[in-house]
Design a protein around this ligand. Structure first.
Ligand code: ATP
Ligand code: MG
Length: 205
C-alpha cells in the first residue's frame, strides 16, 4: 500500500496525480492519504486547522476507489507528529506484513536525511520520490548519496508529468481573489469558499 503524507493546506491536483501515478506504476492495492496534525517542519508558520485539511482531503479523494484518508495524525494533534511514528503505526497495524511505499515529491525527499530516525524509516518502508518542477533530480540523487549511499538504494525516483502547482500558490491566489479552478477539485474550491479559508494569507508568517 502507498502512504501519501502531506500538510494538504489545501490538497491539489499535484498531490492527486502523483498518488495515482505511483499507485499504477507500483501496482499498489491502495493509497492512504495522511494529512499532518502539527507538522514539525512548519511549527513556525500558521497551518490551517487539521479538521479542515482532513475534510478537504476526503472531498478530493472521494471519487477514487483506491484512495482513502487516515486520521492517524489528525487525532494526534496535541503532539508534534513525525513520519516515523506514522510509518510505525501502519507497520504495526499490519503486523509488519504490509509492503509500505511512502510517496513524496522531490523537495520533501531532500529533507529526509534530517528526519527523525530516518534509518529505521528507510528499513521498514520503500520511498518513492516523484519529480517536481523546480527540483533537480541530479541534485536530489547527489545529496542523498553523499549523505548516505544506503539511503539511495531504498529510494526510487519516478518521473511524472510536471505539475507546477503548490498549496502555497493556491493560498496566495485565494488571498488575492484569483480563481483556483482546475488547480484543485471543485469540491475543495467550494469548501474553501464556504469556510472562507485563505482569505488573509498576508497575515501568515
Ligand atoms: P506548500 O506549498 O504549503 O509546501 P505543497 O504543495 O508542497 O504545499 P505539501 O502538503 O507540502 O504540498 O506536500 C505533500 C507532498 O506532496 C510532498 O511530498 C510534496 O513534495 C508533494 N508534492 C506537492 N505538490 C507537488 C507537485 N506539484 N509535484 C510533485 N510533488 C508534489
Ligand atoms: Mg510543501
Amino acid at each position: 500500500m502507498g502512504i501519501m503524507g502531506g500538510t494538504f493546506d489545501p490538497i491539489h491536483l499535484g498531490h492527486l496525480v502523483i498518488a495515482e501515478e505511483v499507485r499504477i506504476q507500483f501496482k499498489l492495492d491502495k493509497v492512504v492519504f495522511v494529512p499532518t496534525g502539527n507538522p514539525p517542519h512548519k511549527v513556525t508558520g500558521h497551518v490551517t486547522d487539521p479538521e479542515h485539511r482532513y475534510l478537504m482531503t476526503v472531498l478530493a479523494t472521494i471519487n477514487n476507489p483506491y484512495f482513502t484518508v487516515s486520521r492517524v495524525e489528525t487525532d494526534r494533534v496535541q503532539a508534534l507528529t513525525y513520519t516515523i511514528d506514522t510509518i510505525r503505526f501502519f507497520n504495526n497495524y499490519y503486523d509488519g506484513k504490509a509492503n509500505l511505499y511512502f510517496i513524496t515529491g522531490a523537495d520533501a525527499i531532500l529533507d529526509i536525511l534530517t528526519w527523525k530516525d530516518y534509518k529505521e524509516l528507510l528499513s521498514i518502508c520503500h520511498f518513492i520520490a516523484a519529480t517536481r518542477p523546480g527540483y533537480s533530480l541530479e541534485k536530489l540523487k547527489d545529496t542523498i548519496s553523499a549523505a548516505s549511499p544506503d539511503a539511495l538504494r531504498n529510494i526510487q525516483v519516478l518521473e511524472i508529468p510536471g505539475m507546477q502547482i503548490s498549496s502555497t500558490l493556491i493560498r496566495s491566489r485565494v488571498s488575492a481573489g484569483k480563481p483556483i479552478k482546475y488547480l484543485t477539485p471543485d469540491s475543495v474550491t467550494e469548501y474553501i469558499s464556504k469556510n472562507s479559508l485563505y482569505r488573509n494569507e498576508q497575515e501568515r508568517v
